[in-house]
Design a protein around this ligand. Structure first.
Ligand SMILES: Cc1ncc(COP(=O)(O)O)c(C=O)c1O
Length: 743
């Protein structure tokens, strides 16, 4: 298999180009993306400008160039403006071909079944072309240019490419817009094509390049059908009314460009090359639907027209969801606070009708396993954090286990190995530590600080020994640890860093979100945490080499990246040849690293999506409550150590930690608060080495753990969570006042 290091995607703002960028990145290829105008993550490149093309290729130094540009307005615009078609399809291709040849890059060119006349499709690769439109003619000319001028080239012929992409005018999006607005759509019943999902086209082209395939290959979906049939199937996939599709002959449509009617492409060569049949329509619609579902559910509720058109199921659903909203109002509204009678919890779920609505919506969907809601949650959180990837798991504990297993994976060039040392604080949560012990790594315990409750940054450098390879550090109770010191050590000693951010989502250090500094970070969505989905967690990936490994560990350790219920995402499920496995062994059952199934359900993710919309507000409330408690408890500073914030940090506090000074009994204070119905907690495991389950673990202790022991003896915390009200916070302040006035 050919290893690709670098790729240039020209046309990355389009449907196919965008899918190519995602597929390449998933395979660990370094991608330069260009579009006709500058957009997020890509630079502007107009293929009509020879010098700009040459400059771009020279700078990107790609092993392979994917040329997937379109003339805006498509086939009919080409017919109306042949010069525009020529400038992009012919001249543009000349420019790219020249640069590819000059720099020794492979060129993958995307062509079409419109190079044929449509008298006798489906067509094989070697059938004689005979275009009947300007579009077809210019694409054929471009094919000839590529063939003659670029020594290493692959011409991918495809047809009826579709995908869920609001920025695209592809056929599926036209069906969504028309039928979604309750409008009928006239579609030809005499134009035949093989509908091709954009993601499938992208993945499969990449596989062909990796296999070193050159020449012409048809890459299309397995099923051949009329446009009208495709429109109806797409309508069903998007819960729209297929009866709005009116099948008509092409002659009634007055399209500008003539169409090859009996079009479509043969798939025998593709199946032979990849040892796998191409994706059929049912499978590709399933994947299309997932993209549609994830995007439309919170960003674009169906219009009234679409709802009316959607039939009984959709209408019933809307009625149910209305009732759910009402149910929240009646049954779930927060109750008024009655001092001493109502419990002042340290944490808890804070939610509105949206969480219930999403949950019921997902349950009516009955997808169950991780699906479109999971995709949506991961995308939203990725955007919030600005990180490379977010991988949902079923708890913060499994997030920690996944993160450590990923760092120990043989897929990594330089993995952690049993016996390697990992620095971690002695005040910790048990499942931050347990994965290290389980993996045979040796924890090196460092003392913590009263006040910040984090690992003492001044002790870290001295704790590093010749076997030290990583740091696993929690941002204790939401307070960011000193990332200046830690990142400096990480760089100087080439250490891996896992940030346990389970208690700290939403905090920042020098304005950058915590969880985006380490190679990996972990989150928990248990109800006590900043956002919840009942049970749940995530691994935040910042080191690009770890993205596929983390997913693989979460998904049984398999090599395949198909989502639940999907097959052949890679395009060559039965065509892989890896190590000592029999050639063609099912990719679904190839395991490249140790792993488990740590996925949550789509129902959990649906709740999380609504919670994410509240996150910024939650963080602000937590900070506000923290400040109020700091002010209210300031008079007791001679008896209590209050928590400290570093000026470089904006903590997203999990709780309000308090250490009693000498002469004050923690037990008495905690008892007074609990009697007043104010909930308290101690700092998790305290000195974890005193816990029965951890007493005998193999470890190294750096220096003493004196402050750690003090935290175990004298510290506790109370809540700052957004569910607290002014009345509750005033009551808490009064309870402290009463306690100290009695003494
Ligand atoms: C710092 C820390 N890490 C990990 C976890 C584990 O998360 P979960 O309960 O979701 O397994 C917790 C839980 O509170 C935590 O506080």
């Amino acid at each position: 298999m050919r290893a690709l290091r670098t790729a240039l995607v020209i046309g990355a703002s389009g449907l196919v180009g965008g899918a190519l960028v995602r597929a390449l990145e998933r395979s660990g290829v370094e991608v330069t993306a260009t579009g006709h105008s500058r957009a997020a993550g890509m630079s502007a490149l107009d293929v009509r400008e020879a010098a700009a093309v040459e400059q771009c290729v020279a700078a990107a130094k790609p092993d392979v160039i994917f040329l997937a540009v379109n003339v805006p307005g498509g086939v009919d615009r080409c017919e109306e403006q042949p010069d525009a078609a020529d400038a992009v399809n012919v001249q543009g291709t000349k420019h790219v071909a020249a640069a590819a040849a000059q720099h020794g890059a492979t060129l993958v060119y995307y062509s079409t079944d419109y190079v044929f006349d449509g008298k006798s499709g489906p067509y094989a690769e070697e059938d004689p072309p005979n275009p009947i439109s300007v579009y077809g003619r210019t694409k054929l000319e471009a094919e000839q240019i590529v063939r003659e001028r670029v020594p290493r080239h692959l011409i991918v012929r495809t047809t009826a490419v579709y995908g869920w992409d609001r920025g695209s005018r592809n056929f599926a999006m036209q069906v969504w817009e028309r039928l979604g607005g309750g409008q009928p759509l006239r579609v030809p019943h005499d134009q035949l094509c093989n509908p091709t999902l954009a993601e499938y086209l992208a993945e499969t082209s990449l596989r062909l390049v990796q296999e070193g395939v050159e020449g012409v290959v048809n890459v299309v979906g397995r099923d051949r059908m009329s446009r009208a049939d495709l429109a109806r199937q797409l309508a069903r996939a998007m819960a729209l009314d297929p009866a709005l599709v009116t099948a008509v002959p092409t002659s009634e449509l007055s399209q500008k460009a003539p169409r090859p009617l009996a079009g479509g492409l043969k798939i025998d060569k593709l199946a032979r090359l990849l040892g796998t049949e191409p994706l059929d329509l049912a499978e590709s619609l399933k994947r299309f639907r997932r993209g549609w579902r994830a995007d439309t559910h919170t960003t674009g509720a169906p219009t009234a027209g679409a709802r009316a058109a959607a039939g009984e199921a959709e209408q019933l659903k809307q009625e149910i969801l209305e009732k759910v909203r009402r149910y929240w109002e009646v049954a779930h509204q927060p109750q008024p606070f009655v001092p001493r009678k109502s419990r002042v919890n340290y944490a808890g779920r804070v939610y509105g009708p949206e969480e219930l609505v999403n949950l019921v919506d997902a349950s009516l969907d009955f997808w169950l396993t991780l699906g479109p809601w999971g995709d949506l949650f991961e995308a939203k959180l990725r955007k919030y954090l600005g990180c490379r990837d977010v991988v949902l798991v079923n708890s913060g504990s499994t997030a920690n286990l996944t993160a450590v297993m990923a760092l120990m994976s043989p897929l990594l060039d330089n993995p952690l190995r049993p016996g390697d040392e990992v620095i971690t604080p002695a005040v910790t949560f048990p499942s931050t530590l347990a994965p290290l012990v389980h993996g045979g790594l040796v924890p090196v315990f460092v003392d913590c600080e009263v006040g910040t409750y984090n690992v003492n940054p001044r002790l870290l450098a001295g704790a590093i020994g010749p076997k030290t390879r990583a740091l696993v550090l929690p941002h204790t109770l939401g307070n960011p640890f000193d990332l200046d010191v830690v990142m400096d050590l990480v760089k100087r000693h080439t250490l891996y860093l896992i940030e346990d951010t389970c208690d700290a989502l939403g905090g920042t250090w020098r304005g950058k979100p915590v969880g985006t500094f380490g190679d990996l970070a972990t989150l928990s969505f248990f109800p006590a945490h900043h956002i919840t989905m009942g049970e749940g967690g995530a691994v935040v990936v910042n080191n690009p080499r770890l993205a596929t490994i983390v997913r693989s560990v979460r998904d049984w350790g398999r090599a395949c990246w198909c989502a639940p219920g999907e097959s052949n995402t890679c395009g060559k499920r039965f065509g892989w040849e890896l190590g000592e496995l029999p050639r063609g062994y099912d990719h679904k059952y190839i395991y490249s690293t140790l792993g488990y199934n740590f996925k949550p359900t789509d129902l959990q993710a649906a709740i999380g999506v609504a919670q994410l919309d509240r996150l910024a507000g939650f963080v602000a409330k937590r900070r506000e409550h923290f400040v109020r408690l700091s002010v209210a408890l300031a008079p007791f500073r001679d008896r209590l150590v209050l928590p400290t914030e570093d000026p470089r940090a904006q903590p997203s506090w999990f709780g309000f930690p308090i250490t009693v000074r000498e002469g004050v009994s923690r037990a008495a204070l905690v008892q007074a608060l609990e009697t007043a119905n104010i909930e308290t907690r101690q700092v998790f495991g305290g000195n974890i080495l005193k816990q029965p389950g951890y007493r005998d673990i193999t470890r190294r202790v750096h220096g003493t753990l004196a402050e750690t022991d003090r935290i175990m003896r004298d510290t506790f915390f109370i809540g700052v969570y957004p569910g607290l009200t002014d009345g509750m916070l005033e009551f808490v302040a009064r309870a402290f006042g009463e306690f100290f006035s009695r003494r």
